[in-house]
Every structure is written in C-alpha cells, then in structure tokens.
Design a protein around this ligand. Structure first.
Ligand code: APR
Length: 262
C-alpha cells in the first residue's frame, strides 16, 4: 500500500491490507444514506417517538397497538430501503478476504442484501415476527400488512423479532460477536454513537485484545479519542469508497503489500 504519510484513509487501508482479519461493527449511521433515519440526533427516530414509550418490551406488553404505530413506520422504511455504497463496500472487502464478519446493530437486513455472507444480527431482524406468548415465528412479508397489527395463530399480537430495550441480546449473537471482537486484527466501527450496551462494549473488547479500532463517523462519539485509533470523519459510503480506492490503487502498484508486508 502506498506510504500513508498523514492520510488516515491510507493508513486505515494499509492496516486492513496488512492484518486481513477485520471485523465491522455497524450502527444506524451506515443505513442513513439508504433513507433509514438513525435513532439519535435531531432527525432521529427517538426525536419523534419516546423510546421509553415505544421501544421497551414493557411498553409492547402494555400497549402493543401503540408500539405498532412506531413499528409500522420502521417496517415500511426498511422495506423500501436498498443497500448503499457502504454496505456494498463491506461486502466487497469480505470478498477480498479483508473483512471476515459484520456485527450489526441494525435490523434492516441491508448487509445481507448487499452480499455480505457473515452477518451477526446483534439486535435481531425486522424480517421476522415472533409471538411473545407462544414464541411462534413468521416472516414479516407473509404476515404483516401496512396499517394492520399482525396476529399470531394463537390470537396474540406479534412483535418484530428485534431486541427492544429491556430485552436480552440473543445469546448466540452475543457470544459470536464477542469472540469475533476478541480475535480480529482490526475492528471497523461504522455509524454508531456507541451509547447502547452491550454493543458499545465490543470496541473495548477488541481493543483490549490487541485489535486496531478504526472509527467511521462524521461526528465524535464516546469512543473517539480513547478506544479509537484512527477516526475517519465522513459518511460511511464516502469513506468506504476511498478505502476501496486505496486497495484498487494498490492492485495497480507492482510492489503491492499483497506481495509483501512493509
Ligand atoms: N455515515 C456514517 N455515520 C453516520 C452517518 C453516515 N452517513 N450518518 C450518521 N452517522 C452517525 C451519527 O453521527 C451517529 O454517531 O451514526 C450514528 C448513529 O447513532 P444512533 O442513532 O445512536 O444509532 P446506533 O448507534 O446504531 O444506536 C444503537 O440504539 O436505539 C437503539 O436498538 C437501537 O440499534 C440501535 C441502538
């Protein structure tokens, strides 16, 4: 890879090329350019819906029809969205053997739609509904119609199989995600404010296990300046486009690192 000098993008690309066992942790910011609002910030979902009233398991059990007002918007927005250059960039890096897994807090399925094969859905998925009484599962597209509250065969109201506040992380997802963090060489943290635990612990686990932490976010977060080694300020799609550019520039350079580590 060309000498990095003071270019953080080039430095990050050099790290990825050298270590070649990167894992990505993604949040709502990576899907903003696909038209899905993030949660926090002025335009975020939580500016419109109080998460304590609309996004806790308790709220769902108390008034599922009310919670479905918010969920209807989320299911519709996710349903219309398609992957952007950032999702596709991660899938390309997986194809090149640089990224080996994506841990996502998102429930929109866009990483898989972009072609990523190893995706750990840490907060579940909107593509499935589950009955919180008999645990029967359904595909959302087969059981949900816009404006209607979906019912189980047992007549109870169904919930998207996503993790609401107050619910545990699916244990297998948590186990696998933490193992990936403990054993990766680079953790790319993309589009998350890192305010929600236990997902926000993943960068610390990776750092303590010796990984380099590369953060991609136009804003500072609680990670920047302490856990983060390289902060790439910018939108996920623009930054990943430039990282891939570095790799393709490398292919044209006869002395590319894929042949030797500098
Ligand atoms: N590219 C990269 N990052 C972006 C972009 C973009 N185009 N646009 C916004 N961001 C950043 C914001 O600066 C912010 O730091 O994405 C982050 C989004 O943060 P949140 O809205 O807090 O979303 P997230 O961190 O994924 O939330 C975590 O909280 O509400 C719960 O369960 C929900 O999974 C969610 C969890």
């Amino acid at each position: 890879m060309r000498a990095s000098g003071s270019d953080p993008i080039r430095e990050a690309a050099r790290l990825l090329a050298e270590r070649r066992n990167a894992v990505a942790l993604t949040g709502a910011g990576i899907s903003v350019e696909s038209g899905i609002p993030s949660f926090r910030g002025a335009q975020g979902m939580w500016a419109k819906y109080d998460p304590m009233e609309y996004a806790t398991l308790h709220a769902f059990m108390q008034s599922p029809r009310k919670v479905w007002e918010m969920l209807t918007e989320m299911v519709s927005v996710c349903g219309f969205a398609s992957p952007n250059a950032a999702h596709k960039g991660l899938a390309a890096l997986e194809g090149m053997g640089v990224v080996r897994a994506v841990i996502t807090q998102n429930v929109d399925g866009l990483h898989q739609a972009a072609g990523s094969r190893r995706v750990i859905e840490y907060h579940g998925s909107m593509e499935e509904l589950i009955c919180v009484h008999c645990w029967k599962r359904y595909l959302t597209r087969e059981r949900w119609t816009p404006g209607a509250v979906p019912l189980c065969d047992c007549d109870e109201i169904l919930k998207p199989n996503v993790v609401l506040f107050g619910e545990p992380i699916p244990w297998l997802a948590q186990e696998v995600a933490e193992e990936e963090a403990r054993t990766c060489g680079v953790l790319m943290v993309i589009g998350t404010s890192a305010q929600v635990s236990p997902a926000c612990d993943i960068p610390r686990i990776a750092k303590e296990s010796g990984a380099a932490v590369v953060e991609i976010n136009p804003e500072e977060t609680s990670l920047s300046g302490n856990v983060t080694d390289i902060h790439l300020r910018g939108s996920a799609s623009e930054v990943l486009r430039r990282i891939l550019e570095e790799f393709s520039a490398d292919e044209e350079t006869p002395s590319s690192p894929s042949h030797k580590i500098k």
